[in-house]
Each structure stands twice: as structure tokens, then as C-alpha cells.
Write a protein that binds this ligand. Structure first.
Ligand SMILES: Nc1ncnc2c1ncn2[C@@H]1O[C@H](COP(=O)(O)OP(=O)(O)O)[C@@H](O)[C@H]1O
Ligand SMILES: Nc1ccn([C@@H]2O[C@H](COP(=O)(O)O)[C@@H](O)[C@H]2O)c(=O)n1
Length: 225
């Protein structure tokens, strides 16, 4: 593999289609792709009871362990493997499991706040925002949370109105301005084809990568300036 890797951030509201875009890129781009779901960096909450964990605002930036994400993204971009934490949505907590993730030419960070943190944004070569209407997103979320995440319909609706929607407006939607590319309606084929073409052209021209000089020092060092 060539260093540094080409890093892509995919942000957008819950249910916008971020995972679908990330998977499609991984399947189509024709190179090894390392995917980093931001959800895995929700803070460890083992010190709290299940009832206390249910009350947490999971859409506020403080819910994530940014320091660990910065360190691990930096490691991957400089060719080192990481021990990535794993998250259980039914327990609202990290599991004890860690998964060894190897670096590759393309690293894709995907999550609601993938473009929120300035240090992380600076590590990305391409910033993508997936934009899908709120009504479509909440319908997708209800289906997913009830079927896959073991949630009751009433709880999903309450959480959406109390935290998901206001935090989306306050923290997620504004990161659209940080994006190089906005994909309307999720896995829009034309937009995806252009995105994949862009990634392939960047990969075939290593010398043009903006990160080549920017990553001479690790992001961990930079944050201490
Ligand atoms: N462009 C699309 N058209 C139709 N369904 C889609 C599209 N993009 C995503 N979906 C579906 O919407 C749901 C949520 O998509 P997902 O990629 O998991 O969203 P996110 O990662 O942003 O929460 C999934 O069931 C997925 O299959
Ligand atoms: N214990 C948790 C942790 C997170 N969430 C919700 O997940 C959403 C982010 O995941 P997407 O795949 O939808 O992008 C986020 O909006 C959190 O509200 C949760 O419900 N429970």
C-alpha cells in the first residue's frame, strides 16, 4: 500500500444513507478499503446503569471519544493497525471486544459527526455530506431501530424529538459547509459514480494528495501546539 492513505469522511443525518454510500464505495472502488464507523467511538459507559445509559444524548458531540478516534485514525493513516472498539446499540455501551483493523490505501470514516471535529477534518482528503430529507430519514430510523436495535416505537419517537432532531440542526447539518461533496438522497447513482471516479483518480496520482505534506507530523502532536 502507498502512504499516506487517502482518507474520506462521510457525514450526514441519521438514516441519510452514509453506511450505504460507504459500502458502495468499498465494493466499487476496486482497492482495499478500511471502514471506520464513528459509532464505535461512543464513550465507554460501563460505570453507568442501563437506565442511566438510556438517558444519554447520543447525538451531542460529547457522546464520542474524540481523542481515541484522532489517535486511531492517525495510526491508520500512517500505516499502523489499530484495535478498534465495538459498540452494542441494544446495551447502549461498548462491548469488551476489540477488532484488529489493518490500514489500507483508502480509509473511510462514516458517522453523523464525521465532519465535526477540526483535527479530524484536517486529516481527511475528501469530505462528503449525505443529504436526505428529514421525513425519509426518520421513517428509515424507526424501521431500523425497532427491527435491528431492539427499541420500542414510542421510545424512538421521543428520542427523535428530544435529542436527535435538535442535535441534528445544531451540530450535524452545519457540517454540510465543511463538505467538498454533497450527495443528495443518499445512494444517488450519478453522485456515487462521480465520487468513485474522483477517488480512483486521486489514487492513481499519489503526488497530488493534499495530505502528503500535512501528515508529516501526527495529529496527536498538532493538537498539543
Ligand atoms: N438511496 C437510497 N434509497 C433507498 N433506500 C436507501 C438509500 N440509501 C439508504 N437506504 C436505506 O436506508 C436505510 C438507512 O441507510 P444507512 O445507509 O444505514 O443510513 P445511515 O448510515 O446514514 O444511518 C437502510 O435500510 C438503507 O438500505
Ligand atoms: N446507544 C445509542 C447510540 C447511538 N444512537 C443513535 O445512533 C445514531 C447514529 O447512527 P446512524 O447509523 O443513524 O448514523 C444517532 O442519531 C444516535 O441517536 C442510539 O440511538 N443509541
Amino acid at each position: 500500500m502507498s502512504l499516506p492513505s487517502f482518507a474520506i469522511g462521510i457525514a450526514g443525518g441519521t438514516g441519510a444513507g452514509k453506511t450505504t454510500v460507504a459500502r458502495t464505495v468499498a465494493e466499487t472502488v476496486g482497492e482495499a478499503v478500511t471502514r471506520i464507523p464513528l459509532d464505535n467511538y461512543y464513550r465507554d459507559r460501563s460505570q453507568l446503569t442501563f437506565e442511566e445509559r438510556e438517558e444519554i444524548n447520543y447525538d451531542h458531540p460529547s457522546a464520542f471519544e474524540w481523542e481515541l478516534l484522532r489517535e486511531q485514525l492517525d495510526a491508520l493513516l500512517t500505516g499502523q493497525s489499530i484495535e478498534m472498539p465495538q459498540y452494542d446499540f441494544e446495551l447502549h455501551n461498548r462491548t469488551d471486544e476489540r477488532v484488529t483493523v489493518e490500514p489500507s490505501d483508502i480509509i473511510v470514516l462514516e458517522g453523523i459527526l464525521a465532519l465535526h471535529d477540526e483535527a479530524i477534518r484536517e486529516m481527511l482528503d475528501l469530505r462528503v455530506y449525505v443529504m436526505t430529507d428529514a421525513d425519509v430519514r426518520i421513517l428509515r430510523r424507526i424501521e431500523r431501530d425497532v427491527i435491528e436495535r431492539g427499541r420500542a416505537l414510542e421510545g424512538v419517537i421521543d428520542q427523535y424529538l428530544e435529542t436527535v432532531k435538535p442535535m441534528h440542526e445544531r451540530f450535524v447539518a452545519p457540517t454540510k459547509k465543511q463538505a467538498d461533496v454533497i450527495i443528495p438522497e443518499g445512494a444517488n447513482r450519478m453522485a456515487l459514480d462521480l465520487l468513485i471516479e474522483k477517488i480512483q483518480s486521486e489514487l492513481s496520482d499519489d503526488s497530488q494528495r493534499p495530505g502528503d505534506t500535512g501528515r508529516e507530523r501526527s495529529v496527536v502532536d498538532q493538537s498539543m501546539d
